[in-house]
Write a protein that binds this ligand. Structure first.
Ligand SMILES: [Fe+2]
Length: 167
């Protein structure tokens, strides 16, 4: 169980850097709102990694940080960025589900309780990305719509999800 949780720290760190890379791409394309949204996504993923980090330490396990794989740095268009985000979040959901399976197998009730937060978090992550993808589909590449959405995404502020949730 602890080994699998250690792997998840790496996966969450990869997620955070994937979104930071996307944020950089949006900045370069002159879309500060999208860049802001992705930067907050980066910060959120860091809190996920830290939550796993703290849990492993709390359980007396050794955290072993590993090299993080190269994330993509270039994208075809805005839709592709969010499609990649969606695919990635679905992948993370499967990793979390796998962790839950291990926790059940090992009858690790503490881990099951801990992981429940992430199961719920993934539902929200996937829904958020889907909502943006739906909006992008409606906009259909029109400059005015992209401009409006960029302004809206500029409003997003970082709130540490691991702190606001009941501990
Ligand atoms: Fe995450």
């Amino acid at each position: 169980m602890l080994n699998a949780l250690n792997e998840q720290i790496n996966a969450e760190q990869y997620s955070s850097l994937l979104y930071l890379s996307m944020s950089a791409w949006f900045s370069e394309k002159g879309l500060p709102g999208f860049a802001n949204w992705m930067y907050i996504q980066f910060q959120e993923e860091m809190t996920h990694a830290n939550k796993f980090f703290k849990y492993v330490v709390e359980r007396g396990g050794k955290v072993t940080l590993k090299a993080i794989a190269q994330m993509p740095v270039d994208f075809k268009d805005i839709v592709e960025v969010f499609e990649k985000t969606k695919t990635h979040e679905e992948h993370v959901t499967s990793l979390i589900n796998n962790l839950v399976d291990i926790a059940i197998e090992e009858r690790d009730h503490a881990a099951q309780s801990f992981l429940k937060w992430f199961v719920d978090e993934q539902v929200e992550e996937e829904a958020n990305v889907q909502e943006i993808l739906d909006t992008l589909k409606l906009i259909n590449g029109q400059g005015n719509g992209i401009f409006m959405l960029d302004r809206e995404m500029r409003q997003r502020v970082f709130v540490d999800p691991t702190v606001t949730a009941a501990e």
